[in-house]
Design a protein around this ligand. Structure first.
Ligand code: AMP
Length: 266
């Protein structure tokens, strides 16, 4: 990293947990547009998983990931061990509020944003990037990291990237491999509901009525819904009427042993 800096080359970081798919690679390509040197981190971060979550079974495909990143001509892959990141005696945690306490992901995964903010802070300190790319797929996370960079005066510009989807609308996710054939066939309902809901809200339908119908449709497709909500696109505060600001619709739902999230702008 010092060598890059000495040469005056700027650096863009793409933090990931590996099991890379086209969504991650789209971030890598956007990173390439921003900076001369692209660094991709691969670290399945234990502190953002609760004990009952899928840390143990999270897909790990390091050799495939390296091959994909080599094909993208990424300058560096940073894949620290858990022992290097959290050595014996590690005792500090970054505790984000604001968007991190919006009552969306945080309500169902109370560990999550503290773990994310802590590991992202460490990755930023280690890599010292000029830019860091995050997907809109994890919209609340993007807002939390953006706020954190601002609040802590981090000298990194956070760049959000559009969600990459399958042809039927399902957002790409490393967790999609958990879906059975039947669950996979049901999964596009999430994006379908987001899209029709956004269209109806734009045309002036009452937000709560639109969301209630969407919630019903998602349940009928076999999902257990965690939330389908309309929020202010920047603060993630609840929104009742269209005039209350730019709106983001966010959804999280479980089917079988898989939990999926997605979101869309109105
Ligand atoms: P993860 O490996 O799931 O932690 O994701 C690493 C980064 O890739 C995060 O910034 C995600 O938001 C982003 N990402 C994951 N899936 C997608 C997708 N389908 N489209 C765009 N970005 C994505």
């Amino acid at each position: 990293m010092e060598l890059y800096r000495k040469r005056g080359d700027n650096v863009a970081l793409v933090p990931t947990m590996g099991a890379l798919h086209r969504g991650h690679l789209a971030l890598v390509r956007l990173a390439r547009k921003r900076a001369r040197r692209v660094v991709v981190s691969i670290f399945v971060n234990p502190t953002q998983f609760a004990p009952n979550e899928d840390f143990g079974s999270y897909p790990r495909r390091f050799a495939d990931d390296l091959a994909a990143l080599k094909a993208e001509k990424v300058e560096m892959v940073w894949a620290p061990s858990a022992a290097a990141m959290y050595p014996e005696g590690f005792a500090t945690r970054v505790d984000p509020a604001g968007a991190a306490k919006a009552g969306l992901e945080d309500k169902f995964r109370p560990h999550f944003f503290g773990g994310v903010a802590t590991v992202v802070t460490k990755l930023f300190t280690q890599v010292q990037p000029d830019f860091a790319l995050f997907g809109q797929k994890d919209y609340q996370q993007l807002r939390v990291v953006t706020q954190m960079a601002k609040d802590l005066d981090l000298s990194v510009k956070i760049v959000g990237a559009p969600t990459v989807r399958e042809k039927d609308g399902l957002a790409l996710s490393s967790r999609n491999v958990y879906l059975s054939a039947e669950e996979r066939a049901a999964a596009p309902v999430l994006y379908r509901v987001l899209k029709t809901s956004a269209g109806r809200i734009k045309r002036g339908d009452t937000i709560e009525r639109v969301l209630d119908e969407g919630r019903r449709e998602i349940a009928e497709a076999g999902f257990a819904l965690d939330y389908l909500e309309a929020r202010h696109a920047l603060t993630l505060a609840p929104i009742i009427a269209r005039k209350d600001g730019p709106i983001r619709l966010l959804v999280a739902a479980r089917i079988g042993k898989t939990r999926l999230i997605d979101n869309i702008g109105v």
